[in-house]
Design a protein around this ligand. Structure first.
Ligand SMILES: [Zn+2]
Length: 380
């Protein structure tokens, strides 16, 4: 659910700025493309000039994207929404904020700040092109940057979620209908529509000989389609799980096994009962957690010679949940740690004890059922 942030490059206004590994590829590609373009347009310049300008333009483009994301961030901070990070990835940037804005006009203002910032930069670089002719390096650089920033502003204004324009669109529908979930679905559907148009348009371009432009258009469309589907699914999950906690879905039955039994015997127990995980007790003390995944990580022929204790997740490495933990956060922790179940412990005056188990499946069942029933009440 949470992408790894990547490499941290700097901190601006208290916001850490990361670059995704894919950005390295984009940086090289853009530098190369610009360098080639300048070499064609300005054969009188030296190779060093072409490549210096290529790198410089790339760096300024990169700064332009950060500027765009900072614009979103400053407005979010104005509404007391904490900005967790800014990450630059394959198709631009992403400012991660701690929560969705609580009012439609706040979302509108946060979303529109980005394209306005890009438009402002486009205007600034355009003004520079008026002062320096295209035959000079400054003029050539400014022309590339004003056009690219203008394209960035326009592209981001397309009214499909999760683009800025989609957020603006959602804010308008949200404000008009007072129904956040409905607004998200409409903006998501519009995002998918735009993505399909781009994919088909890209294919049309390819068949008419514009292979490079066509492939790029289709590729960006495909990327948008995934992003739109994912955003809508995430909002749906968040809504279904809102207000639920670990205690709501945990199973109170917590199967146990003795740590001394062999893996062979454990395998037989799993097959007999169909239970896929157990707390491991040795002399009545909790020492670890055992499951089918750990069993399968040991080669079959070694099962007879190894005990459960040797293969289990030791007690100090187990991730625990509390009964009050919000289900959404718990699901995020399960996914982040790539584990399938977590014991739920409750603290009393007699010390802590295990009261249940939460599995990834049990949470996903809630999500699935929520999707079948649909929202019972509009949440906002
Ligand atoms: Zn934006």
């Amino acid at each position: 659910m949470m992408p790894r942030p990547g490499l941290k490059i700097t901190t601006i206004l208290g916001i850490p700025i990361y670059v995704d590994t894919s950005w390295v590829f984009v940086f090289a590609l853009i530098t190369y493309t610009i360098g080639e373009q300048f070499a064609q347009m300005h054969p009188q310049w030296t190779d060093t000039q072409h490549w210096t300008l290529g790198i410089l333009t790339s760096l300024l483009f990169f700064s332009s994207v950060i500027f765009h994301e900072l614009a979103h961030s400053v407005v979010a901070q104005h509404y007391k929404i904490r900005v967790i990070s800014i990450t630059l990835f394959l198709f631009g940037g992403l400012a991660r904020i701690e929560r969705d804005p609580s009012k439609a006009h706040q979302e509108f203002n946060i979303a529109i700040a980005g394209p306005l910032a890009s438009g402002f930069l486009a205007g600034g670089f355009f003004a520079i092109t008026l002062l320096f002719p295209y035959s000079q390096m400054t003029g050539a650089l400014a022309k590339w940057l004003w056009q690219t920033n203008a394209a960035l502003a326009v592209f981001n204004l397309l009214p499909g979620f999760p683009l800025d324009g989609g957020r603006i669109f959602r804010a308008v529908v949200w404000g008009a209908t007072k129904n956040f979930a409905k607004a998200t679905r409409i903006a998501g559907a519009s995002g998918k529509l735009i993505a399909y148009v781009m994919i088909l348009g890209g294919a049309w371009l390819v068949f008419h000989g514009f292979i490079q432009q066509g492939l790029w258009t289709a590729f960006i469309g495909w990327f948008l389609l995934n992003a739109a589907q994912e955003s809508v699914a995430q909002v749906a999950i968040r809504e279904t799980l809102a207000g639920l906690s670990a205690a709501d879905v945990m199973s109170h039955e917590v199967p146990t096994v003795d740590g001394h039994i062999t893996l062979e015997e454990y395998g037989a127990e799993v097959l007999r009962t169909g239970r896929r995980f157990h707390l491991v007790l040795t002399d009545d003390r909790l020492v670890g957690l055992m499951n089918v995944h750990m069993l399968n990580s040991v080669p079959r022929e070694e099962w007879a010679h190894n005990s459960v204790q040797a293969a289990m997740i030791p007690r100090e490495k187990i991730l625990w949940a509390s009964p009050e933990e919000p289900l959404l956060r718990l699901l995020e922790r399960l996914l982040a740690a790539d584990v399938n179940q977590m014991p739920v412990v409750s603290g009393t005056e007699n010390g802590t004890h295990v009261v249940g188990m939460v599995t990834r499946d049990s949470i996903l069942r809630v999500v699935q059922t929520g999707a079948e029933l649909g929202p019972l009440t509009p949440s906002r």
